[in-house]
Structures are given as structure tokens and as C-alpha cells.
Ligand binder design. Structure first.
Ligand SMILES: [Zn+2]
Length: 416
């Protein structure tokens, strides 16, 4: 097998131009993008990506979830393909790079191989997963989830948006129902390039994040029930203040996460207070806790400690308490060999790098359940994402795509 020279690089200007071209489709209101899944803008973005893939000589396959697979042949027709990609859909007030960089970075990698007439033994397939964001149709990572056997196809088709429109109908309307069974494809490996969506790489001045783990999470929905009463005339000892219980539990969640630093986070992000009136002691509060960690044991012990200690807080305040699990993902450990390929690529190319944990969910997390998978991250300004002001530099994008190129080509085996 031939080796990769440290001078093998993608065309950073061309990648950047493609990112800017795609960003013209489904513009946001503040310089970012609103290209939500299965909208007309999504269809337009898909058509542009399709045209670029055809121009690069790739063969497009589409599955019944609308996921696009653009294939560059290898020299061995029986060799399992190496997959690369991410998503072209965005949040309603999304940035130009979240997901898009991973798809267009994959396309740029193929364009570079074409330019240099480099052949690989294994085919390379650039993928655009449908509905990664999950804002219009929950849950997130819907198509990769069906691919990985986490959801049934019919269940996915029945998801509805805020207007009551069904995923399956909207997929048909924009003309992207493919004929392939979902999950039928076999992969040698899957690589996803993504912006960090956090502040660590930029703060430490690193070019590349070598993603070793994805965080698992527990979402707990807590309902505290006390008694609505007048804030002025109810004596303090006679109150059953659900708001106070929520406040003490907010402290508890923070303290639990702090006791597992640096590899755990926890917060109460969503709160409904009833009746939410200036002069009524809250009789009921419903809130959700979000605990995350890349380690299963830490994750479970955080949940366990909350479940043990929170009822004591409720009891002391005379409140009733219900805890319900409203979401759960196991932590993800990415494939050792694929991770080593990413780290080795950064090393060979002379890019500064560090191991990092993905705080957000990605399509790669589902695919990792089936096939060897790894992720490459590049910094983003101020860690800002899911925001129209999301920003990266051309150099960061280029470095990330260079590392992707090397990791993918090494795995797909270069042929002289
Ligand atoms: Zn994303």
C-alpha cells in the first residue's frame, strides 16, 4: 500500500466557495441559514449537491428516508466502501457550517482525488443524512437513526411538524423518496467532519479535535406539586412552594455535575411554573434535567444521586415529586482504529490537535453502532452554533478537510 505524503491537501478555496454557494440557499434573517429539512430550500440544496456530485463523476443513490449517497468507485468492486458525510439541513436560525462542512468536505475530498488522479481500492461514498437537526420533525438524527435500526421507517414517516404535516408526505412533496431500503448499505468505516459547536479548540489554539467519545445523556422530567397560595397572606411556615423545591434541585443538579469534573455536565434547561403569577406561590413546577457524560458509570451515578437526594428536598418542603425519564442515549466510544487514523492524519499534516468529546449528538453516533466510525472536529468562533452568527475560518475548514482526506484515503487504501 502506498503511503500518503504530507503535501496531499484539499483545495481550501474551492471548499470555501462551495460552502458560500450552498449558504445562498435558504438564507436566514441574520446572515446564517434557514434550510430546514424537507422544505423547498432543502430540495434546492439537495439539487445543487446532486449537480456537484454528478460533475465529480459520482453515482447517486437515495434511500427511502431521502438520504443521499454519492459514490466514487474503487479499484476493487467487491471492497466495502468508506463512507464520509454529515447533513445539509439546518436549524431555523442556523449557521452556514453545522453539518454542511462535513458533506461538502467529503465532496471536496473526492474532487481532490479526481484532480490528482488518485485511486483507492475501496469506493468512497459522500453522504447527506436527512433531518439531522430534528427541529422540524423530532427527533434529531432521524434518518441515520432509521439506518441504524433505532426507529422504524413507518414511525419516522409519521412524525409531524408544528403545522401537522407528516415527514413522509413532505419527503414525497419535495421529490426525494428514494428506492433503496434504509440500512441496506454495508460500510468499511464512516468518517464525519463537523464544527466543534463548543469553545475548547479555539480557546486552546488547536486546529483539530480528534473525537474519541460522544456524550451519553439522561433527560429527567420532574414534576413538583405543592399548593398555590397568596404570596402576601400565607405565613411562611404554611407554604408548599414548588418553586423553592425547583431552586434547591437546580443547585443539586449543578453540584452533582461539578463533583464529576471535567467529564460531566448537568443543568435544568426547561422550566414551567404554575400558575406563573406575580402574587401566587407556585403550586406546581415541571422541569427537565439534562445530565451528560462520555462515561456510562458517571452518567448513571449522576442520575442515581439525583433520584436519591431530590426526594429528600421535596419531602422537607412538603412537596410531592414525580420523576420520569424523557430521554436517554448511551455514551459513544468511537472506533480505535478510525480514531487513530484521524489522529495520525493530523500528526502527518502538522496540525495541532487534541482529543475531544462531542457534546452534541451526530449522525456518526448512530452509525458507530453498526460500523467503525470516527469524527474530525474543527474550531468555531466563540463556540457558537445553532445560531446564525456561527463562524469558522477558511483555514480551519481546510485543515479539517485535509485531516478528513487523509483519514479516509488511508482507510480506503490508496492504489499506485
Ligand atoms: Zn450538525
Amino acid at each position: 500500500m502506498a503511503t500518503l505524503g504530507d503535501n496531499l491537501k484539499i483545495n481550501g478555496d474551492r471548499l470555501w466557495d462551495s460552502l458560500m454557494e450552498m449558504a445562498k440557499i435558504g438564507p436566514g434573517v441574520a446572515g446564517g441559514n434557514n434550510r430546514q429539512t424537507l422544505t423547498d430550500a432543502d430540495a434546492e440544496g439537495r439539487a445543487l449537491f446532486q449537480r456537484w456530485c454528478e460533475e465529480a463523476g459520482l453515482t447517486l443513490g437515495v434511500d427511502k428516508m431521502g438520504t443521499m449517497f454519492a459514490r466514487r468507485e474503487g479499484t476493487d468492486p467487491d471492497a466495502l466502501p468508506v463512507y464520509v458525510g454529515s447533513h445539509l439541513d439546518t436549524q431555523p436560525t442556523g449557521g452556514k457550517y453545522d453539518g454542511v462542512l462535513g458533506v461538502l468536505g467529503g465532496l471536496e475530498l473526492v474532487r481532490t482525488l479526481n484532480d490528482l488522479d488518485i485511486k483507492t481500492k475501496h469506493p468512497i461514498v459522500v453522504t447527506n443524512w436527512t433531518n439531522e437537526e430534528g427541529t422540524r420533525f423530532a427527533p434529531a438524527m432521524l434518518a441515520s437513526g432509521v439506518f441504524a435500526g433505532m426507529h422504524e421507517l413507518e414511525w419516522a414517516y409519521d412524525r409531524t411538524d408544528a403545522k401537522g404535516l407528516k415527514f413522509g408526505d413532505e419527503l414525497k412533496r419535495i421529490g426525494w423518496v428514494g428506492d433503496e431500503e434504509v440500512g441496506g448499505r454495508k460500510m468499511k468505516a464512516f468518517f464525519e467532519l463537523h464544527i466543534e459547536q463548543g469553545p475548547i479548540l479555539e480557546a486552546e489554539g488547536k486546529d483539530i479535535g480528534v473525537v474519541t467519545h460522544g456524550q451519553g445523556l439522561w433527560w429527567l422530567q420532574v414534576t413538583l406539586t405543592g399548593k398555590d397560595a397568596h404570596t402576601g397572606s400565607t405565613p411562611m411556615p404554611m407554604r408548599k412552594n414548588a418553586g423553592l423545591g425547583m431552586a434547591r434541585m437546580t443547585e443539586l443538579v449543578h453540584e452533582i455535575a461539578m463533583s464529576h469534573q471535567p467529564e460531566a455536565v448537568g443543568a435544568i434547561g426547561h422550566v414551567d411554573v404554575y400558575p406563573n403569577s406575580r402574587n401566587v406561590i407556585p403550586g406546581k413546577v415541571v422541569f427537565t434535567i439534562d445530565f451528560r457524560s462520555p462515561h456510562q458509570s458517571t452518567l448513571d451515578s449522576m442520575k442515581g444521586r439525583f433520584e436519591a437526594e431530590a426526594p429528600k428536598i421535596a419531602e422537607a418542603l412538603g412537596l410531592e415529586m414525580e420523576i420520569e425519564v424523557s430521554g436517554h442515549f448511551d455514551p459513544v466510544t468511537f472506533d480505535e482504529e478510525c480514531v487513530a487514523a484521524v489522529r495520525g492524519a493530523a500528526e502527518r499534516l502538522g496540525y495541532s490537535h487534541r482529543d475531544i468529546v462531542s457534546g452534541a449528538g451526530h449522525d456518526a453516533c448512530w452509525i458507530n453502532r453498526l460500523y467503525p466510525t470516527a469524527m474530525v472536529m474543527c474550531p468555531c468562533v466563540d463556540g457558537l452554533s445553532h445560531n446564525e452568527a456561527e463562524d469558522i475560518s477558511k483555514e480551519w475548514a481546510g485543515a479539517g478537510a485535509d485531516v478528513l482526506l487523509h483519514a479516509v484515503v488511508e482507510t480506503a487504501e490508496i492504489v499506485e
